[in-house]
Write a protein that binds this ligand. Structure first.
Ligand SMILES: NC(=O)C1=CN([C@@H]2O[C@H](COP(=O)(O)OP(=O)(O)OC[C@H]3O[C@@H](n4cnc5c(N)ncnc54)[C@H](OP(=O)(O)O)[C@@H]3O)[C@@H](O)[C@H]2O)C=CC1
Ligand SMILES: O=C1CO[C@H](CO)[C@@H](O)[C@@H]1O
Length: 274
């Protein structure tokens, strides 16, 4: 059973969820079904992942009631703008076979077009209409968040950003903590690249856990929401088996030392605009 956080709109969100980027649509039902059986309740997809239909199939087939699941999807960049957002939302909901969504995210600020404030107003409408319980953003910098606050007055519940031991986003996290925005970590395992790190491997050996489990525990202990992805059933279960150990202050200090301002793996939000 995962721990939960309470968002700034009062909704509870599981702290450990299941990411499905690069899970093919025809494999998504099995992967998500395996995750739900393993105990995951939060599923993180996106229109651009092309697997909302498969995710919807798993939700429909799950032995868990819909209200116990927390489903996130994201609006892709080419649908930004007020009217196009409302249409894209309907399309996602149809693919997911859902009446209501738990969390809808603007996938990227897509900075050069700057339409995200209009998009955000459409998100606010979806929330007012009760079609989405929480609204948030992804890949927003402090400057993007400040503009959203200034021009709409509505603070996102969540910002989902690249975050892992090699790219810890300390300044953004401090800002978000003060603003009441929950931080959700994407590529929490560094897309697998962190799993051979000697510091993390040594911590894992001390606890009799795997490196992936230590990294996920670090996200949880850091107050983050974390959404590791795997299509491998044993790893899906392994990544959820993180509630029986604690990191020591020395472990945490060792992980703090891995932070690297050049440790980003994915695109820089200030440059990514497709
Ligand atoms: N908002 C955004 O812009 C973005 C959001 N995301 C979200 O974050 C989620 C997670 O990030 P993602 O980029 O997928 O990367 P992760 O950091 O979750 O790493 C996934 C990779 O690690 C491997 N892996 C997972 N668990 C283990 C394990 N226990 N032992 C060994 N290898 C393991 C997987 O392999 P295998 O599957 O073969 O088992 C896969 O190759 C995405 O799926 C998506 O939902 C991701 C990127 C951008
Ligand atoms: O979530 C993500 C993974 O896939 C996209 C590309 O296809 C990325 O841009 C995005 O950040």
């Amino acid at each position: 059973m995962t721990t939960s956080l309470v968002l700034n709109d009062g909704q509870s969100i599981p702290q450990l969820g299941f990411g499905v980027w690069q899970v093919p649509n025809d494999g998504a039902a099995v992967a998500v079904g395996t995750a739900i059986k393993a105990g995951y309740r939060l599923i993180d997809t996106a229109a651009i992942y092309g697997n909302e239909t498969g995710v919807g199939e798993a939700i429909a087939a799950a032995s868990v009631p819909r209200e116990d699941l927390f489903i996130t999807t994201k609006l892709w960049n080419d649908r930004q703008g007020y009217d196009s957002t409302l249409r894209a939302f309907d399309e996602s909901m149809k693919r997911l076979r859902l009446e209501g969504l738990d969390l809808y995210l603007i996938h990227w600020p897509a900075a050069q077009r700057g339409a995200y404030v209009d998009t955000w107003r459409a998100f606010a409408r979806l929330k007012e209409e009760g079609r989405v319980r929480s609204i948030g953003v992804s890949n927003f910098t402090i400057a993007h968040l400040e503009r959203l606050q200034r021009e709409s007055g509505i603070v996102p519940a969540v910002n989902q950003v690249e975050l892992h031991p090699r790219f810890q986003q300390t300044a953004l996290r401090r800002f978000q903590e003060k603003a009441g925005i929950a931080t959700e970590s994407w590529s929490p395992l560094g897309q697998g690249t962190l799993l051979q790190d000697p510091v993390l491997k040594a911590i894992a050996a001390r606890h009799g856990k795997t490196t992936a489990q230590v990294i996920i525990r670090w996200h949880l202990d850091s107050g983050l929401i974390v959404i590791p992805k795997s299509v491998t059933p044993a790893r899906i279960r392994e990544n959820f088996d993180v509630f029986d150990f604690e990191l020591s202050p020395e472990d945490k200090a060792g992980i703090a030392g891995l932070d690297d301002p050049r440790g980003r793996i994915g695109p820089d939000p200030d440059r990514f605009s497709n």
